[in-house]
Write a protein that binds this ligand. Structure first.
Ligand code: NAD
Length: 246
């Protein structure tokens, strides 16, 4: 029986590409999704076709009770949770500071930061060698926006990703003694549905990059799968930019 990796927001985009790449690498894959059960089930079917176990788990990662219930369901599936990818994330429509609302800020931080913290907490409780676990690997999906700040578009979203980077570095040091490696991936501008929600012209922005094109979700999945794997056994607290030279 293979080990489980849980991928939050796994039903589409970077999460779905990561699910497929992890299945190819030999993981059994638990796909967390917020609402789109049809997409999650269809993806699970593709993972089964690769010969892997696949579970679909509905939960809003910002909701503590739902996250706890999701991990408890995974506990009952049999086998060990050895990987977690904190991929679920939201943006908000492009805006300047003057027109932003506190509701918007709270939801961004609830999903992107509290969601990451809650899932790290649940996973670490199961993986920690200090608690009888066998160790594991966590990858947090950040963004190059964490460094650039996304002025005039979504400074608040960028700040959530900055918080994720700081969490990644802190948790990496806190948890490595318990057999858990924590790392981050910072994508550049990747071809997914997320840009439709921010209103950013992703293709135009990508044309200004050194590589002069959008990234593909599979190109991020490759980096995530490597960080999860034993091939990255000495990589701890790294923030890996996969951003076409940005
Ligand atoms: P996407 O919108 O296709 O995927 C986001 C996923 O998160 C979706 O499956 C969505 O349902 C899920 N999600 C949202 N809120 C959730 C919640 N409360 N609970 C559970 N799941 C929830 O976009 P994507 O581009 O694939 O984004 C994946 C990650 O990559 C995000 O964290 C995003 O910030 C990050 N990222 C994307 C880009 C890019 O250019 N596409 C760049 C940098 C970072």
């Amino acid at each position: 029986m293979a080990d489980w990796v849980l991928i939050t927001g796994g039903s589409r985009g970077i999460g779905a590409a990561t699910a497929l790449r992890c299945a190819e690498a030999g993981w059994d894959v638990a796909i967390n999704y917020a609402q789109d059960s049809a997409a999650a089930e269809a993806l699970a079917g593709r993972l089964h076709a690769l010969g892997r176990r696949a579970l679909t788990l509905q939960a809003d990662v910002a909701d503590e009770a739902q996250v706890a219930a999701m991990f408890e369901r995974l506990d009952t599936a049999g086998g060990r949770l050895a990987g977690l990818v904190n991929n679920a994330g939201i943006v908000a429509p492009a805006a300047r500071l003057a027109t932003m609302t506190t509701d918007r800020w709270r939801r961004l931080f609830d999903v992107n930061v509290i969601g990451t913290l809650l899932c790290c907490q649940q996973a670490a409780r199961r993986m920690s060698t200090a608690r009888g676990g066998a160790g594991g690997s966590i990858v947090n999906v950040s963004s190059r926006a964490a460094e650039f700040g996304s002025a005039g578009i979504y400074v608040d979203y960028a700040a959530t990703k900055g918080a994720i980077d700081t969490l990644t570095k802190g948790l990496a040091r806190e948890l490595i003694g318990e057999g858990i490696r924590v790392n981050g991936v910072r994508p550049g501008i990747i071809e997914t549905d997320i840009h439709a929600r921010s209103g950013m012209d992703a293709s135009a922005a990508a044309s200004t990059l050194p590589i002069q094109r959008l990234g593909r979700p599979e190109e991020i999945a490759e980096a995530i799968a490597w960080l999860l794997s034993d091939a990255a056994s000495y990589t701890v607290g790294a923030l890996l930019d996969v951003a076409g030279g940005r």
